[in-house]
Write a protein that binds this ligand. Structure first.
Ligand SMILES: [Zn+2]
Length: 305
């Protein structure tokens, strides 16, 4: 899909509603990072979860990106249409003996794990890995399992474009993680790894809330024989009270923002927050391209005033 050496970044929004300021922020930075190196961006709609995603939101996401002036290249990829590719990758991992069924209920999972990660996620204790074949058979009568990857006791280290060196021990800091839910939906970790490779993505710029999922993705890439993209995790925009922005922050949704700002005004405000402008003046993404460098970006999360 890409010429050799050319930077291919990506937008990977989840179409579960209107985009909010936080989504726009990371899309703008991903676009600028790729464009400033003479590259471009591809678009993938992460609509795997049928409970949360709707077709009309997919169209809305594309209109919102276009409105801002954030262009993409090539065919749009919908994760909901990529199940076959995920199944193939899942089977490859299964053949390597890296997958086991987990029969834990949600309550058991919470009780079985120690919430000692900085991001509030908990580490699964691996109890279903140790089940005997007889125990598995018995549990299978009453429950449809989720499927977990068995991670090694190994440290994964990588250089983040913004955060510097990041390291994590897979079994201690992360634990065996779910690759397929009990309802058959493939997990985010597996889908993004398969899709990034399929789309030729070699630079992933996204919010720092995903920093800690990167070691898992690097490990999956290794097991599946896929190339490692470069990663850059940008700070998050936080609500005035320090919370992460969420769907309920209606006033920061693009539909609302459009009533107060033109696209260049909004881009200018985001660029000002990113340290790319001295004042929040109106500007187009295209005009920002020569102004982008990683050195200017803040490393700490930004609290909106
Ligand atoms: Zn389990």
């Amino acid at each position: 899909m890409s010429e050799k050496g050319r930077v291919v970044g990506r937008f990977a929004p989840s179409p579960s509603g209107r985009m909010h300021l936080g989504n726009l922020w990371s899309c703008l930075l991903a676009w600028l990072a790729a464009r400033s190196q003479g590259g471009g961006v591809v678009l993938r709609l992460e609509d795997l979860d049928p409970d949360r995603c709707r077709v009309e939101y997919c169209d809305q996401v594309m209109r919102d990106l276009e409105w801002l002036g954030l262009t993409w290249e090539g065919e749009v990829v919908y994760q909901s249409r990529r199940t076959q590719a995920y199944t193939q990758a899942f089977q490859e991992l299964e053949e390597q003996g890296l997958i086991y069924p987990c029969y834990c209920t949600r309550a058991q999972r919470l009780a079985a794990s120690a919430p000692h990660r900085s991001d509030g996620l908990s580490v699964y204790d691996g109890r279903c890995r140790r089940l005997s074949p007889q125990e598995r058979q018995k549990l299978a009568w009453t429950r449809t399992p989720a499927w977990r990857a068995e991670v090694p006791d190994r440290e994964v280290v990588f250089q983040d474009l913004l955060q510097g060196e990041y390291r994590e021990n897979l079994s201690r800091d992360c634990g065996d993680f779910i690759l397929r839910r009990s309802d058959g939906v493939y997990a985010y970790q597996l889908a993004v790894v398969v899709d990034d490779a399929f789309m030729g993505v070699n630079q992933v710029v996204r919010g720092s809330d995903l920093l800690s999922s990167t070691p898992r993705q690097l490990w999956l890439q290794e097991r599946l024989g896929l190339p490692h993209p470069q990663y850059g995790h940008v700070p998050l925009l936080l609500a005035p009270d320090g919370r992460r922005l969420a769907k309920r922050d209606r006033d920061l949704e693009l539909g609302q923002l459009q009533q107060h700002y033109s696209a260049p005004q909004l881009v200018g405000r985001l660029a000002y927050g990113a340290g790319l402008l001295d004042r929040p003046e109106a500007i187009t993404p295209e005009e920002l391209v020569p102004l982008f460098t990683w050195d200017k970006l803040p490393r700490e999360d930004l609290v909106l005033q």
